[in-house]
Design a protein around this ligand. Structure first.
Ligand code: AMP
Length: 282
């Protein structure tokens, strides 16, 4: 595995692979790798590509008072896991590599897609995400990039940016990877005490509840209400939202398939999860 820390290094390695006829697949992460991240690598490898992974804790996507300083970092462990997963190139840039001193460019996707749910809970978050993803795309020049449905709104925002700016990269989505009890894998789960870890199961339980309501013929509003009530009634959880939205626009769900999204705090740890419901086929 090639380990690169500068823009120059990663560009050189990418050029070599591209010259050998390889497509470049990119998996951007903030590290503290878990199987959710590695599922993206496995999906990328399925396509017989050169896989470039980045580990960069992006300061721009954290708001004041959020967990930027506390965010788990373990470079040696990340390198080991990436190598075992057959990542070809690991890009570990310092902040100055991604954001040149004096940077005065940000990338903003405006409208309801970025102002609702995570956008309203975390002002400036998506601007930080689109700015870093655009910068990393500019550095790595991938042919395809892999994102998890765990962060479904982020995925929709990135897709919109790529479409609106005609970026020449194919965005591929991978399903949520869960622990055996249903909790969505997340680097932030490491913050949870054993008791909080038990309480955190309520997020997935609320989605299962919503799924049952939908399967019994309930509307998207009824499914969201069922998830919300379950979150409110669960001990140790501070419910933030439960909403049924269009999977692409994140506007309130109408007919057809919709994404049921939930967010809650467990102690000081903020967790999100979602499931796709109301499919017409299958
Ligand atoms: P992060 O390191 O949290 O920024 O995540 C990097 C990428 O991994 C994003 O595209 C996430 O959506 C994806 N990801 C994180 N957790 C999961 C999970 N449990 N299942 C699938 N993808 C995930």
């Amino acid at each position: 595995m090639n380990v690169c820390r500068t823009v120059e290094e990663v560009r050189k390695v990418v050029r070599t692979h591209r010259d050998q006829g390889k497509r470049i697949a990119f998996v951007p992460t903030m590290g503290a790798l878990h199987d959710g991240h590695l599922s993206l690598v496995r999906a990328a490898l399925n396509h017989d590509t050169t896989v470039v992974m980045s580990v960069f804790v992006n300061p721009l996507q954290f708001g004041p008072g959020e967990d930027l300083d506390a965010y788990p970092r373990d470079e040696q462990r990340d390198l080991r896991l990436a190598e075992d997963a057959a990542v070809d190139v690991m890009f570990l840039p310092r902040v100055e590599e991604v954001y040149p001193p004096g940077r005065c460019t940000t990338v903003t996707v405006s409208g309801s897609l970025t102002s609702t749910l995570e956008g309203s809970s975390r002002p400036g978050h998506f601007e930080g995400v689109t700015t870093v993803v655009a910068a990393l795309f500019g550095i790595v020049t991938p042919d395809e990039a892999y994102f998890g449905e765990k962060d479904a709104q982020q995925l929709a925002v990135v897709r919109r940016m790529v479409r609106d700016l005609s970026m020449d990269v194919e965005i591929r989505a991978c399903p949520v990877v869960r622990e055996s009890d249903g909790l969505a894998m997340s680097s932030r789960n490491a913050y949870l005490t054993p008791v909080q870890r038990e309480h955190a199961r309520a997020l997935f339980a609320s989605l299962v509840q919503a799924e049952q309501v939908a399967a019994a013929g309930g509307s998207s509003g009824e499914a969201a209400a069922a998830a919300w009530v379950m979150l409110l009634q669960s001990p140790g959880i501070e419910a933030e939202y439960a909403a049924a939205v269009d999977p692409d626009t994140f506007e309130p769900a109408s007919e057809g398939s919709y994404r049921l999204c939930v967010a809650a705090r467990v102690g000081t740890t903020r967790l999100i999860d979602n499931v796709l419901l109301g499919r017409r086929t299958e």
